[in-house]
Ligand binder design. Structure first.
Ligand code: NAI
Length: 334
């Protein structure tokens, strides 16, 4: 078996983690030939529940799972890790202002950013899932200045998968017939799912998705709002937020980051914006299309033609991220 990886999942007693941990431990993310040390962090009140998850992982008897560490101690959790999947966050409770949510989560991601800085390998790759994911990711990377900013990403793959599935279903083709969907911006209701550069295989030939769908009113209206509001629709129906689909998207994101994207395909992820792509502001974490080389180095897909409609949507979600950053910064240590 090839050299092992030490992978941390936070929020490990939560519902996304319950759908996610098996896939990581089973080799569905990093490959069956990689031995995995799985580190699971949650808060002290969840320590007992974590024990149950450990027992279940042991009972799966998986060949690629070398070791399981469950802990409520941040130092133990972050020491020498290769990958950090930061799912744990304070959920938004009824009556809670967005500002209060930002404050509670800023505290968590300051602590975890500092722990990355102190204890993780300098090559660690970090995926932030806990909401508000983009701004939490910005906080974590700011608190870990000795780790390259490019090693931090946030999850918008669930939004991309949702958009891909909407187009596939509209065209009556399989999900894998649709590729190169883009999510621009924030993982929130201002995100811009953009089908203009996507391809679809219909009847054996490849076409631009917009030309295949032939319904601009739907593409510029219901398609966008369905993807933007999908998380809320799942909560309304299930009384719980998306967990199975979020876990699947995390696996897709991390697998592509580890093994690379294939051929001309790209994927969307939230990355640190240094101000040099598509006129986006500097110092926010913004979702863009990237191509990834095996091993994880990614490059932003350049040269896509941006319509006036797309520009206004991209700017609106950037504006929301600037506002979130400014609100969260009030809660950071000086
Ligand atoms: P959950 O409430 O079932 O689990 C969260 C877990 O995190 C709990 O076990 C909690 O004790 C733990 N936790 C809280 N503070 C922690 C800390 N400081 N350190 C370690 N663990 C901590 O929530 P669920 O459904 O698993 O969702 C987790 C997060 O993922 C939420 O913020 C949710 O909004 C977000 N999410 C993001 C998506 C994305 O696409 N970016 C998609 C779906 C959910």
């Amino acid at each position: 078996m090839a050299d092992g990886l030490k992978v941390l999942v936070t929020g490990a007693a939560g519902q996304i983690a319950y759908s996610l941990l098996y896939s990581i431990a089973n080799g569905d993310v990093f490959g069956k030939d990689k031995s995995i040390t799985l580190v699971m962090l949650d808060i002290a009140p969840m320590a007992e529940a974590l024990k149950g998850v450990v027992m279940e992982l042991q009972d799966c008897a998986l060949p690629s799972l070398k070791n399981v560490i469950s802990t409520t101690d941040v130092k133990e959790a972050f020491t020498d890790i290769d990958f950090a999947i930061l799912v744990g966050a304070m959920p938004r409770r009824q009556g809670m202002e967005r500002k209060d949510l930002l404050k509670a989560n800023a505290k968590i991601f300051v602590e975890q950013g500092q722990a990355l800085e102190k204890y993780a390998k300098k090559t660690v790759k970090v995926l932030v899932v806990g909401n508000p994911a983009n701004t939490n990711c910005l906080i974590a990377l700011t608190c870990a200045p000795s780790i390259p900013k490019t090693n931090f990403t946030c999850l918008t793959r669930l939004d991309q998968n949702r958009a891909q599935s909407q187009i596939a279903s509209r065209l009556g083709v399989s999900n894998d017939s649709v590729s190169n969907m883009i999510i621009w911006g924030n993982h929130s209701s201002t995100q811009f799912p953009d089908a203009a550069h996507a391809s679809a295989v219909v009847g054996g030939s490849t076409a631009n998705a917009v030309e295949a769908v032939k319904d601009d009113a739907w593409l510029n209206g219901d398609f966008i709002s369905t993807v933007q509001k999908r998380g809320g629709a799942v909560i309304a129906a299930r009384k719980l937020s998306s967990a199975m689909s979020a876990a699947k998207a995390i696996c897709d994101h991390v697998r592509d980051w580890y093994f690379g994207t294939k051929g001309d395909k790209w994927t969307s992820m939230g990355i640190y914006s240094n101000g040099s792509h598509y006129g986006l502001p500097e110092n926010i974490v913004y979702s863009v299309p990237v191509r990834i080389a095996p091993g994880g180095e990614y490059t932003v897909v350049e040269g896509l033609k941006i319509s006036d409609f797309a520009r206004s949507k991209m700017d609106a979600t950037a504006q929301e991220l600037l506002e979130e950053r400014n609100a969260a910064w009030d809660f950071l240590p000086t």
